[in-house]
Design a protein around this ligand. Sequence first.
Ligand code: IVH
Length: 676
Amino acid sequence: MADKLPTRYEELKAQVNFHNYRYHVLDAPIISDLEYDRLLNELKKIETDHPNWITSDSPTQRAGARPADRFEKIRHPAAILSLANAFGADDARAWLERVKKLDDRVEKANFVVEPKIDGLSVVLHYRDGMFVQGATRGDGEVGEDITSNLRTIRAIPLKIPVNSEQSSVISVPKNLVVRGEAFIPIKEFDELNKKLEEAGEKTYLNPRNTAAGSLRQLDPQLTASRPLTLLVYQIVHSEGGKTPTSQWEILEYLKALGFPVADVAKRFNDLESAIAYTETWNEGRDKLAYEADGMVIKIDDLNLAADLGFVGKDPRGAIAFKFPAREVTTTLNDIGVAVGRTGVLTPYAMLEPVEIGGVVVERATLHNFDFIAEKDIRVGDRVLVKRAGEVIPYVIGPVVDARSGKEKTYKPPTKCPACGQAVEHFEGEVAWYCVNAACPAQLLRNIEHFVSRGAMDIVGLGYKIVEQLIEEGLVKDVADLFTLTKEQLLELEGFADKKAENLLKSLEQAKAQSLNRLIAALGIHGVGEVTAGDLARAFGDLSALSKASTEELQLIEGLGPNIAESIVDWFSQSANQKVLKKLKAAGVDPKMQKAEIRMQNGALSGFTFVVTGTLPTLSRDGVKEFIESYGGKVIDSVSKKTSYLVLGENPGSKFEKAKSLGVKVIDEAELRKLAA
Ligand code: IVH
């Protein structure tokens, strides 16, 4: 019995490793999680009973190593080379022309095109089929021993061939050293960041940096927790066994051994087809599961490639066909603030000019002020900037390691950079706003909104004309529209008698627009046509509305504290008051029959009550409920605008205050009468 167990143990290790491979390399499992767990548990049980049987190729041994103090150096068996770049098809053609001159065989060469994954180059050593050592690229001659970390990557076979049934058909050299690229797929990276964000933790910058950081952890447990994977593409060294002599066959051979190999790799028999294929991936790079910064075009015949030699560290037999970069680092010289058409203040990065994907970028968005604080972006920082597809360039975050200590923490402005008015913040929103209607940065959009069909509906005042009026200095706020003269209009481009007269006529007609339209036209944050209608009915004219308190405003059904505050804020701005005065002087002061709303939902609708002292029958909550059920509103403190003070026994200071302000004082009986 006892001597049978090691056979079962070997069998289980091979099976679990194989199913790992089906899952992590081929992405095509053939057993359920339950079956997999059963195998793994049986394996674990044997290992608990016979700890001395455990071998390093056991799937249980991936993240077993203890944290290291430092990484040992490893000399690579052959130089780990890099690649010369080609920026575009002509560069690639020029490369081929150059090498053709060196060797006639190039004329008939085949080419292999592979993705150039933006990850970390790693070197994996196998002895007698067992994974024994793994290293970083380092300087190309000497790298660092990150074996324990690499073992945690499930796509790396611990023993080759992974499919043990192949042992007889495929030869595995005694010593085999392969090279590949370790990386974090985009989807896994986004999920990782999402989890961190939900946990309120700092997010990672990009997949590449995260992969590099993860592989350089001294504690392999940390590496194991990151979604790293890899693709291999090269045999660096092989001894005691035959390996193929063409790149295409190498990829097939590595695949057969159980290594993950890029499935988009393809072979071509002329460079033009290879270029055309490369270009399809430039267009379609978002379809790749990982970040690729280009495609590698390799001469297929490895003997020919080797004979072509090197230029420095770059082999002549291959070229990196680079996609336009999407991410670069540059210096954040300063942070500017733009005032948008809605008054929203948006910070933007003023960058040391840098080329991204063929375009020089000097500005990039910083989203909002919270983003700057969360990412701790400082003026003077080296920042990572991304420009992909149609999106506006944006700052991803600071490169903290590049700090000199001279960087300055940023403070958001308290005043609008365009007009100098204090900025406002609305609850529940991250943005800061300038709410000054006369702010020059918003003037165009304000006027456009003011004259639009849902607002004052002024016909014949299109965008172009508004732009001209502002440019000529004829209009500095919406009220100026109503004092325009025919002479002024005639000076504008494209204006003749008739057109000027028509415009003046529509302006004259607009003076008679209803109060709801005028309120909607003012562009108060959160006040659309419906709320404007409610406000018009409740207050009857602009002068009454401008004096309303937030409590009074909230008497309107559906009007919450945020909008109430936004309305009060708007009217408290002196610049806005000035506009209102000018509108009135120009004859724009519509009135409306008010009180409709006050009678609308109950006898106490539109009235505010403050309660003090103990009432004969109603409790504190009871009186509130009573008043509200008749449409009234109960507030805490007495002001001039309070409709009634409801007085009970042992009143507080509210009674004195109500008297001094002349607020009507009633008792419970009178309250009931009012409601009846
Ligand atoms: S071939 C002679 N193939 O790109 C072999 N490199 O400078 C030279 N890379 O640091 C490398 N994917 O880490 C090659 N399919 C691929 C690659 C690839 C990514 C990286 C490699 C190297 C850099 C080239």
